[in-house]
Design a protein around this ligand. Structure first.
Ligand code: HEM
Length: 413
C-alpha cells in the first residue's frame, strides 16, 4: 500500500478537507494509501468498493475511531456513533423507531410552518443570509418535533449553540473552543429536561423523541445516564439544524441552474427528488468517516492490520468518475438511471440504516430538502444581489462564501 511520507497529514487534511484523499489517491494511482493522522497510522480510502468494505461490520468497528476533537464538539461522547454490535443495534433502533413516514412528514409540516412565520420577518429586512436564517427555522421545527420546550426568548441562543456544534467543530483555535463550549451548554440544557421528565415535572407526549430517549433502556434494562440521553437528543437536534447547509446549497443550485428551477416550478413528476439527490451528491458537506480494523485481514492484496484506523472519503466517493459520469457537473437527470446502490451515493454514510452506522436522519434530510425546495420555487419571491458565491472548500462545512444572501423577499400565495 502506498505510504505517505509526511510527518502528519492533519495540516493537509485541514487545508483541503474534501479533496485531500481524492488528490492523494490520484497521485498514487490507487483507491487507498496510508499515512499518519494526529500521530496515528491511518488508512485513507475512497470509491464504491472501498465503501462496501468499510461498511462490513465483521471487519470494522467504531469504538474509539473518531478523533477526540470531533467527539468533544460534533458528536458528543457515549453516543450511538461510537457503539458496536448488539449495543449499537439496540441504540440505533431507538432512533429508527422515530423515523416513520408519518413522523417525517410531521417534521416537514413543522418546517414549512416555521418558514411561513419567518418569511414575514424576512420581508421586513433589507437582506437575509439564508444559511443563518435557515438555522433558526430548523431549530424551531425540530424542537417542536422532539417536544423540547423552546421559549421564544431562547430561540436565537439555542440555534447558535446547535450550529456551533457542527459549524465550528472542524475549526482551529478559538472557534473550536466555542464549539466545545456550545456542546457543554447544550448537554446541560437537555440533561436538565431529562431530569424533569424522569421526575414527572415535564410530561412530553408518548412516543415523542424527548420521552422516548429519556426513558429508553439499554440491553440490561437500565435508563441511560442523563448526559448520554443529552448526547442522543442532540443527535436529533444538531444534525437537523445542519440541514441548513444543504438548504443553502439548494438556493445556490437554483440560482446557478435556472433550467432546474423552471422544471421544479412546473412541478415535473419525480424531478424534485432527483434535484435533491443531486444537491446531496454534488455539494460538499460531511467529508469522511472513521472506523478501526476489528481483526486483521487482506483486501485486494493490501494488508489491514488489527486496530488500524481507516478513513472513508464520502465526498470523493460521491465524485468518483467510475460511478458518476461527469461528476463535476450538476445534472439531476443522472438519477433517472441511478442503480440505487448503498455504496456509491454516500453523503450521509453507506450500507444499511438499521444494522450499520448509516445516518439515521437521511430520510428526514431528503424530506426537508424537498419541502424547502418547493417553498423557494413556489412560495417565495426574492432577489440574489451581487455577492461572492464561490464555495469555500477549505471551510468545514463548505459553504458559499457569502452564506447566500437574498433581498427583496416577498411571500407568494
Ligand atoms: C450518522 C451525515 C442529517 C442523525 C451520520 C453519518 C453521516 C451523517 C456522514 C455517519 C455515517 C457513518 O458513521 O458511517 C449527515 C448529514 C446530514 C445529516 C450530511 C444533513 C444535515 C441527520 C439528521 C439526523 C441525523 C437530520 C436526525 C434527525 C444521525 C445519527 C447518526 C448519523 C443518529 C448516527 C448513526 C449511527 O452511528 O448508527 N450522519 N446527517 N443525521 N446521523 Fe446524520
Amino acid at each position: 500500500m502506498p505510504r505517505d511520507a509526511s510527518f502528519d497529514l492533519a495540516p493537509d487534511l485541514l487545508r483541503a478537507p474534501y479533496e485531500f484523499i481524492g488528490d492523494r489517491c490520484r497521485h498514487y494511482g490507487t483507491d487507498l494509501f496510508e499515512g499518519r493522522l494526529l500521530l496515528q497510522r491511518t488508512i485513507f480510502m475512497r470509491g464504491r468498493e472501498a465503501a462496501r468494505l468499510f461498511y462490513d461490520q465483521d471487519r470494522f468497528m467504531r469504538g474509539g475511531a473518531m478523533p477526540e476533537p470531533i467527539r468533544a464538539t460534533l458528536l458528543g461522547k457515549g453516543g450511538v456513533q461510537g457503539l458496536d454490535d448488539a449495543a449499537h443495534r439496540h441504540r440505533k433502533q431507538m432512533f429508527m423507531a422515530l423515523m416513520t413516514p408519518a413522523r417525517i412528514a410531521q417534521l416537514g409540516e413543522l418546517t414549512a410552518a416555521a418558514l411561513r412565520t419567518e418569511v414575514e420577518r424576512w420581508a421586513r429586512m433589507e437582506q437575509v443570509v439564508l444559511y443563518d436564517a435557515m438555522q433558526e427555522v430548523l431549530t424551531r421545527a425540530v424542537c417542536a418535533w422532539c417536544e423540547v420546550p423552546l421559549p421564544e426568548a431562547d430561540v436565537a441562543r439555542r440555534s447558535r449553540d446547535l450550529a456551533l456544534m457542527f459549524d465550528a467543530a472542524g475549526a482551529v483555535s478559538a472557534r473550536h473552543w466555542q464549539s466545545r463550549l456550545a456542546r457543554w451548554r447544550g448537554e446541560g440544557w437537555i440533561a436538565e429536561l431529562v431530569r424533569q421528565v424522569r421526575a414527572g415535572h415535564l410530561d412530553p407526549p408518548a412516543q415523542s423523541p424527548l420521552r422516548a430517549i429519556a426513558l429508553h433502556r439499554d440491553l440490561k434494562g437500565a435508563l441511560l445516564p442523563r448526559r448520554i440521553v443529552a448526547v442522543e437528543l442532540l443527535n436529533l437536534l444538531r444534525p437537523t439544524v445542519a440541514i441548513a447547509v444543504f438548504l443553502t446549497f439548494i438556493a445556490h443550485a437554483l440560482h446557478r441552474h435556472p433550467e432546474c428551477r423552471r422544471r421544479l416550478e412546473a412541478g415535473e413528476a419525480g424531478y424534485a427528488e432527483m434535484f435533491v439527490q443531486e444537491v446531496r451528491r454534488f455539494y460538499p458537506f460531511f467529508p469522511a468517516v472513521a472506523a478501526r480494523v476489528r481483526h486483521g485481514f487482506e483486501w485486494q492484496g493490501y494488508r489491514f492490520p488489527r486496530g488500524r484506523r481507516v478513513i472513508l472519503d464520502l465526498y470523493g466517493t460521491n465524485h468518483d468518475p467510475r460511478s458518476w459520469e461527469a461528476p463535476e457537473e450538476f445534472r439531476p437527470e443522472r438519477f433517472l438511471e441511478w442503480d440505487g446502490s448503498p455504496f456509491n451515493l454516500i453523503p450521509q454514510g453507506g450500507g444499511d440504516h438499521d444494522l450499520g452506522h448509516r445516518c439515521a436522519g437521511e430520510w428526514v434530510t431528503i424530506e426537508l430538502m424537498k419541502v424547502v425546495t418547493g417553498f423557494l420555487v413556489r412560495h417565495l419571491a426574492y432577489e440574489v444581489p451581487e455577492q461572492d458565491l464561490r464555495i469555500d472548500m477549505a471551510r468545514l462545512p463548505a459553504l458559499p462564501r457569502s452564506g447566500f444572501v437574498i433581498s427583496r423577499v416577498r411571500p407568494q400565495a
